[in-house]
Design a binder for this molecule. Structure first.
Ligand code: NAI
Length: 316
């Protein structure tokens, strides 16, 4: 019995994500919000014979109604990358979009679990946290940056390279969600060994896998279908941990002590999801020398991305 809102539901990620959530057995209400086309997407999905009741909400004036009473809010609203752009190039537009939506959540469903997909995730999660802090509703256990696509890509690329079953290629990815802030811990994967050359090639592909899709789509956006799969899996794990009380471990970008000494108040790592949300942040574990180098490069960039998000809200 879970009520979910998707904000940005008419977009490239929003539509397939809403389709997957409409098929989820525990989702009983699905509110689809966007500034365009959401009533059409909702009407289409509402004909699918699963129990979730789908309602479309269009335009800022309907945001409050879209969010009222929601248990989980997923945010893929905002512009995606075009070839040659980094995720940070999206900041100027997406920061304002996420801030406005976070204000709506604080007002209408302050206890909801909020899952942010909109890039740059490294900065949009701190933006959302600062808005919640100002509203007095912030609970760090309930706010997540969705980095699961990096884990999904890691499983795919590693299993292809090593002839494994993707389900067994479970790679932990720590840090953030852009370029060098994405740190895959291949050394921790059991039952498989890599040459240094393989480690470097796979690491680069995982860090910049999103660019492959941006380039192939040639101006028509970034990853949407694989992202919808990853976000639906994250929501499924959250429902299992938080609402069905069967703790699940997934990687996510959350407020975290793991890299606090290196200036990063937010950090992606394996997290145990339970009734309160991010119940336990699991330790990073042993890093190879190469991974220690990746970690250093990650925190340098990540702390600047975090500060940019925090300053955006506090200087506005
Ligand atoms: P899109 O342009 O296809 O869809 C975005 C949707 O957001 C559009 O329907 C648009 O009308 C809507 N929107 C814009 N302003 C809004 C507002 N104020 N309120 C509600 N809706 C609003 O973009 P796409 O491909 O779906 O990507 C969305 C975001 O997800 C981008 O920022 C992209 O970079 C990010 N992304 C994140 C990934 C991750 O791993 N976390 C992976 C891939 C994309």
């Amino acid at each position: 019995m879970v009520k979910v809102a998707v904000l940005g539901a008419a977009g490239g990620i929003g539509q397939p994500l809403s389709l997957l959530l409409k098929s989820h057995p525990q989702v009983t209400e699905l509110n689809l919000y966007d500034i365009v086309n959401s009533p059409g997407v909702a009407a289409d999905l509402s004909h699918i014979c699963t129990k979730a009741k789908v309602t479309g909400y269009k335009g800022q004036e309907n945001l409050d109604a879209a969010l009222a009473g929601c248990d989980i809010v997923v945010i893929p609203a905002g512009i995606p990358r075009k070839p040659g752009m980094t995720r940070d190039d999206l900041f100027n537009i997406n920061a304002g979009i996420v801030k406005g939506l976070a204000e709506g959540i604080a007002k209408n469903c302050p206890k909801a679990f909020t899952c942010i997909i909109s890039n740059p995730v490294n900065s949009t999660v701190p933006i959302c946290a600062e808005v919640f802090k100002k509203a007095g509703t912030y609970d760090p256990k309930r706010l997540f940056g969705v980095t699961l696509l990096d884990i999904v890509r890691s499983s795919t690329f590693v299993s292809e390279a090593k002839g494994m079953n993707p389900a067994e290629a479970k790679v932990t990815v720590i840090g953030g969600h852009s370029g060098v802030t994405i740190v895959p811990l291949l050394s921790q994967l059991k039952g498989v060994t890599f040459s240094q050359e393989e480690v470097e090639a796979l690491t680069h592909r995982i860090q910049f896998g999103g660019d492959e899709v941006v380039k192939a789509k040639d101006g028509a956006g970034s990853a949407t279908l694989s992202m919808a799969y990853a976000a639906a899996r994250f929501v499924d794990s959250l429902i299992e941990g938080a609402f069905m009380k069967k703790p699940v471990v997934e990687c996510a970008y959350v407020e975290s002590p793991l890299a606090a000494d290196d200036g990063c108040a937010y950090f992606a790592s394996a997290v145990e999801l339970g009734p309160a949300g991010a119940e336990k942040i699991l330790p990073i574990g042993p890093l190879s020398d190469y991974e220690q180098g990746l970690y250093k490069a990650c925190v340098e960039q990540l702390k600047a991305n975090i500060a940019k998000g925090v300053n955006f809200v506090n200087q506005a």
